[in-house]
Design a protein around this ligand. Structure first.
Ligand code: ATP
Ligand code: MG
Length: 477
């Protein structure tokens, strides 16, 4: 263990501890991550005494000015080189029913370990010279780490009732580390799930986003569903569950399908927002579901409705309402386009339109669509993947030829107005659209001269007379 504590910073903390005559420990996630071989730069230090006073002494010794005190919380944060160190006095916590905010008293190391969420997060290493590096593990955290178990140090019902956020942390750690939640602990989450309502959405979403970034995020969503937390977190996803059968025809369970898509995508991309797009790509399905005799189950327009639902979902979840949301919305809206394309003969003009609509997000969209192939039929999967390869090849060819990805109209509105001596009016838009469509449909190249020629023709059809030609225009003779 000692080699992990060989950094200068631990030596300094140790020296100050003995000078000040206080017991000091490194505790929690940092210690857990040593054993998991995931070295981390966030250090939590517990002092049996005043965390703030001790932090000041350490900062003094390091001649550091990067110390922030949170006197109300009795904590201090010190940034030193690459380290981010939190100091806190060992404390004993007791809770009331209506709040996550505990009543706090000074306590021993063991009191402090008892208030930790899980046995694997309650490990401490001593930093005093007399027992430097000694492990203090009163709840069998090391054993649980070895066996891959998430377990609360005390009675789980009390632990979760005290701070219901811990229920989500349990699921997040199980997902991140691919651990199992100990059965009594999991049962308690089921019994306490409604207590999650006292936790702020922001805190919940911090955990959910960490879960989403795990190698197989589906595990977290399955656990949330199993313990009854899912309807509190994302009821729209609960609505995707279930299979209906009519006239002997069943549709697939969209919840499990979605989770498969999410994991497929997670295997290819670490992008949080692309992962969110995978989770939400079919979110419009429950509300568009129809059984049409002769056709079977349909979900017509679920991509449009789904895209419309995104801002409201993001607002409720306190996710950013900026270009991240727009990106997810765009992915949801366009997620069927490459599939439709690949089922038909892939025409240049359909490819240009897809490139125009997806822009720089085309590669993400293709990744999402490939992840969306969850058929169990090998032949079908291979056929789809082969078609997508054709689409990708075409996308590349057309992009090289026509540069549609970052489409800028070769003829601007100002040029149109100047040529025909117009003020802004709807005809300017009509002419611009006509040019855009002609380029996307391949009638003309994405080139100024051809576009300007078409502008003159369209303008004249609308009854306008050119009064001044653009100097760069070279009419075809
Ligand atoms: P990571 O930083 O990888 O997300 P972590 O376990 O370090 O995981 P932090 O939020 O940094 O999580 O918390 C540091 C430590 O504080 C935890 O290891 C745990 O001991 C304790 N802790 C954090 N949140 C809670 C909580 N809600 N209830 C009890 N203890 C907690
Ligand atoms: Mg941490």
């Amino acid at each position: 263990m000692r080699e992990y504590l060989s950094s200068r910073i631990f030596k300094t903390i140790s020296e100050v501890a003995d000078l000040e005559g206080v017991e000091v420990y490194v505790i929690g996630g940092f210690v857990r991550d040593i054993f998991l071989n995931r070295p981390s730069k966030d250090i939590d230090i517990v002092v049996v005494g005043s965390g703030v006073e001790f932090a000041k002494a350490v900062a003094n010794r390091l001649r550091s000015k990067r110390l922030t005190l949170f006197k109300n919380f009795g904590t201090a944060q010190l940034k030193h080189n690459e380290w981010d160190i939190e100091f806190v006095g060992a404390r004993k916590e007791s809770y009331r029913l209506d709040s996550r905010k505990p009543i706090v008293e000074d306590g021993t190391l063991e009191d402090d370990q008892k208030r930790r969420d899980f046995t694997i997060n309650a490990l401490a290493l001593s930093l005093n010279a007399k027992n430097y590096g000694e492990l203090l593990d009163p709840f069998g955290g090391i054993k649980d780490l070895k066996n891959g178990i998430i377990r609360t140090p005390l009675d789980p019902a009390t632990t979760f009732s005290d701070d219901p956020l811990r229920m989500l942390r349990a699921i997040r750690f199980a997902t991140q580390l691919n651990f199992n939640i100990e059965p009594e602990t999991f049962k308690a989450i089921g019994q306490m799930s409604n207590r999650i309502t006292i936790v702020s959405t922001e805190r919940i979403m911090d955990e959910v986003n960490k879960m989403m970034l795990a190698p197989s995020p589906s595990r977290g969503w399955l656990l949330l569903d199993e313990c009854g937390l899912l309807p509190y977190v994302l009821p729209e996803l609960t609505a995707m569950k279930g299979v209906e059968t009519r006239n002997g025809i069943a549709h697939k369970d969209n919840f499990y399908h979605t989770l498969e898509v999410l994991d497929n995508l997670a295997a290819k991309s670490d992008s949080l927002w692309l992962r969110w797009a995978a989770l939400l790509h079919d979110i419009g399905k429950p509300r568009t579901k129809k059984f049409i005799p002769g056709q079977g189950w349909t979900f017509h327009g679920h991509e449009f409705l789904g895209a419309k639902m995104i801002p409201e979902i993001f607002r409720k979840l306190k996710l950013p309402l900026n270009e991240k949301m727009k990106f997810v919305q765009k992915m949801v809206l366009l997620h069927l386009r490459p599939i439709i394309l690949s089922q038909d003969i892939v025409t240049d003009s359909a490819v240009r339109r897809l490139l125009f609509d997806a822009g720089d997000d085309i590669d993400d969209l293709m990744a999402l669509c490939e992840a969306d192939i969850t058929s169990k039929n090998d032949y079908t999967v291979r056929k789809h993947l082969a078609n997508f390869r054709i689409v990708r090849k075409k996308l590349k060819e057309i992009e090289e030829k026509d540069a549609i990805r970052n489409f800028q109209p070769p003829v601007t509105g100002e040029m149109i107005m100047e040529t025909f001596n117009l003020s802004p009016c709807k005809e300017v838009g009509i002419i611009k659209n006509r040019i855009k469509d002609a380029i996307l449909d391949g009638e003309i190249r994405n080139d100024f001269n051809q576009a300007y020629g078409l502008m003159l023709k369209t303008g004249e059809e609308l009854g306008f007379v050119p009064v001044k030609l653009h100097p760069n225009y070279k009419p075809a003779s």
